[in-house]
Design a protein around this ligand. Structure first.
Ligand code: SP5
Ligand code: ZN
Length: 341
């Protein structure tokens, strides 16, 4: 299987993440993708290529233009305001307040942020641009006839909505790639999100669409980030009614339960008969993940890779989360090896 990777991910390296009231070393760190890359090489998964330079057009198909300008200019405005730390939101347009976009960067940050664990730094925009280029390069390989490809994206993307960043995400790489299939003539595309966290950004982007089916297996939002989306009764709206499937699961969920949810998601995908499948691949479902509560083992990742392969669809894997850094390479590549059979 082809892997697309860019070393520019390392330009996004925030100093801290607010977790449990402490500023800790961010869980979403550069070492994550380096471990995965090493594993891809070790098992000789296939060729590894650098991304091409895609313009902003494909990104603009999913994201709001003013949001894109905000991401691009945030660091400049933040440093011009005299702040010396990373750009972190501290105030939000909460219930009953105005939804106007403020002029000051502190206000803008809060307007566009969905959580405060995610900092914007000097290199964040360039890293996020490279990450979506990784996804679009892998997508182009499928368009040109590859059966499957692995976009080794960092930063991840599935929490980013049209005009929201957070959950370590800025540009929704998987959503941009999914839309690219449609723009190239696909009639239907399924986006299957197996990251531990609900893919709130992807759901929001495609919620009123019938040409894209979104399915997400995740920690129940009653107990897990992002907390405010991902319930089972969110089934789509308008033309999109019936094309959104959420599988929230509780603490301690192991593969017997998780695998049943995946089997149901696969039944829905088969009935939908899409032209392509995009997989938001997070391996934070792992039993030893430091911020998550599912109990999948390293072997389980191999097993579900094989399940996804039985859909027999052109498949684009897009890397999302996974924070057990020592095992992240084995777990992510096990899915891909399980897929290849
Ligand atoms: C892409 C992705 O996986 N994003 C995840 C973002 C999660 N951010 C905040 C998580 C807060 C977790 N707090 C639970 C700590 C348990 N010790
Ligand atoms: Zn996650």
């Amino acid at each position: 299987m082809l892997t697309v990777y860019s070393e520019k991910h390392a330009l996004h390296n925030p100093r801290g993440e607010l977790c449990g009231g402490e500023l800790v070393v961010p869980f979403e760190c550069p070492a994550r993708v380096e471990h995965i890359l090493q594993r891809v090489k070790k098992v000789a998964l296939g060729d590894i290529i650098a991304p091409g330079n895609f313009g902003i057009e494909a990104v603009a198909r999913v994201h709001d233009p003013a949001y894109v300008r905000f991401l691009e200019s945030c660091w400049r405005q933040w440093s011009a305001a005299g702040y010396r730390g990373d750009a972190i939101a501290t105030v939000w347009p909460a219930r009953g307040m105005q939804q106007r976009i403020p002029e000051h960067i502190e206000g803008k940050l809060g307007y566009y942020a969905l959580a405060c664990e995610t900092a914007i730094t000097r290199g964040t925009w360039e890293a996020a641009r490279a990450s979506v280029d990784v996804a679009l390069t892998a997508q182009a390989a499928l368009r040109d006839g590859e059966r499957a490809a692995f976009a080794l994206c960092r930063p991840p993307g599935h929490h980013a909505a049209a005009d929201l960043f957070g959950g370590y995400c800025f540009i929704n790489n998987a959503a941009v790639a999914t839309q690219a299939f449609i723009d190239q003539g696909a009639e239907r595309v399924a986006l299957l999100d197996v990251d531990f966290h609900h893919g709130n950004g992807s759901q929001a982007v495609f919620y009123d669409r019938s040409d894209i089916m979104f399915l997400s297996l995740h920690g129940d939002p009653k107990y897990a980030f992002p907390h405010f989306l991902g319930y089972a009764d969110e089934t789509g709206c308008g033309a999109g009614e019936g094309y959104n499937h959420n599988y929230p699961m509780g603490p301690g969920t192991c593969f017997s339960t998780w695998g049943e949810a995946l089997a149901d998601a696969c039944r829905n995908i088969r009935n939908y008969a899409p032209d392509a499948l995009v997989v938001s691949l997070g391996v934070d479902t792992f039993e030893h993940d430091p911020i998550s509560f599912f109990r999948l083992t390293s072997e389980d990742f191999r097993r579900y890779g094989a399940t996804i392969a039985r859909l027999d669809l052109p498949t684009l894997f897009v890397m999302e989360g996974g924070y057990a850094v020592d095992e992240i390479g084995i777990n992510a590549v096990n899915v891909l090896e399980g897929y290849e059979g």
